[in-house]
Design a protein around this ligand. Structure first.
Ligand code: HEC
Length: 155
């Protein structure tokens, strides 16, 4: 399947190039969102990496407590505008994003906002040094990720 999809992409690009600018609007339906998908998977992986690093310290006791603020500030930055990573039609060629995203865009935005707010709340707790809040804020953040993945990411 992977091979067929990339062959199709190569053909589409070649056709678009051959037909030139005049064909641009027709070719648009088959636009190759590969670079966008690579970018958003990179951003999501970075989000996941920071969440994992935070858990290693707060849940498992790794002695990098001084770095928590760095991780939560990155989470705040990386979650500011998740919807912008999902331009319409970017469920092609290879992605775990479900096409339901674009049929339920408002819900997708709501879930993105929940994650952004949860990241900001966790960061605020770390900045204030409110250690007794870390666990609950972290759980809220994790649940917000899960809520979106349950509905909009392929397993
Ligand atoms: C509003 C929806 C939404 C939210 C919120 C969200 N994600 Fe995702 N995430 C997705 C979708 C959709 C994909 C699949 C993207 C793709 O394959 O193109 C994904 C993919 C990922 C991936 C896999 C990246 C890869 O390399 O394929 C990781 C890791 C991840 N998310 C972690 C997180 C974490 C951690 C959070 C919360 C802090 C989070 N996500 C919040 C929708 C969301």
């Amino acid at each position: 399947m992977k091979k067929a999809a990339s062959l199709l992409t190569a053909t589409t690009v070649a056709t678009a190039l051959t037909l030139g600018l005049g064909a641009a609007s027709t070719a648009h339906a088959f636009e190759d969102h590969g670079p966008t998908i690579d970018y958003r998977q990179g951003v999501m992986s970075a989000i996941g990496g920071n969440v994992g690093a935070f858990a290693a310290v707060v849940v498992d006791g790794a002695e990098f407590g001084d770095n928590l603020k760095m991780h939560t500030s990155q989470l705040v930055a990386l979650t500011q505008d998740i919807p912008s990573l999902f331009p319409e039609g970017s469920d092609f060629p290879e992605t775990d994003a479900k096409e339901e995203i674009w049929d339920n865009w408002e819900r997708f935005e709501e879930l993105s906002n929940d994650t952004r707010e949860a990241a900001e709340a966790l960061h605020a707790a770390v900045e204030a040094g409110n250690e007794d809040e870390y666990a609950i804020r972290f759980r809220n953040l994790g649940q917000s990720c899960q809520a979106c993945h349950d509905d909009f990411r392929r397993d």
